[in-house]
Design a binder for this molecule. Structure first.
Ligand code: ATP
Ligand code: MG
Length: 137
């Protein structure tokens, strides 16, 4: 089994969509094995999204991620990384397949409701950024 790091972003927590989004993950066979609500500082968001530091939307993205609390979670299952990204849908909600989280809930390409790790290496780093060994059983 595989694990991936998921974030329910501020636009979604603000609209009380955590339960609806979690239902989509669970319906797809993903198990929520760790979860907490935190309010990131802009600096903490900046470290998390450091790979995007040179992109034009970086500052806006960090502001957004620090604007309201987020729910960070570890999802576990067979091919969890790919499965989660399938449930999330395309980055831009206009391109997201019907039934995906982003098609149903995202407000824009920036405020797109969820994050999911994109590879095993990034999943390991991202999980360790938010969760200690004791929180992962
Ligand atoms: P995530 O990494 O959040 O799971 P992703 O892998 O689909 O999303 P990335 O290309 O890694 O997309 O971009 C990271 C995040 O940066 C996006 O989810 C979105 O919030 C924001 N972003 C990406 N492209 C744009 C853009 N053109 N304008 C504004 N924000 C953007
Ligand atoms: Mg990404």
């Amino acid at each position: 089994v595989e694990r991936t790091l998921s974030i329910i972003k501020p636009d979604a927590t603000k609209r009380n969509l955590t339960g609806k989004i979690n239902a989509k993950f669970e319906d797809a066979g993903l198990r929520i094995v760790a979860q907490k609500r935190i309010h990131l500082t802009k600096a903490q968001a900046g470290v998390f999204y450091a790979v995007h530091a040179e992109r034009p939307f970086y500052d806006e993205l960090c502001e957004f991620m620090a604007s309201e609390p987020v729910v960070v979670q570890v999802l576990q299952g067979e091919s969890a990384i790919a499965k989660n990204r399938e449930v999330m849908g395309a980055t831009n909600p206009a391109d997201a397949a019907p039934g995906t989280v982003r098609a149903e809930f995202a407000e824009s390409v920036g405020e797109n409701s969820v994050h999911g790790s994109d590879a095993p290496e990034t999943a390991a780093v991202e999980i360790a950024y938010f969760f200690s060994g004791l929180e992962l059983v």
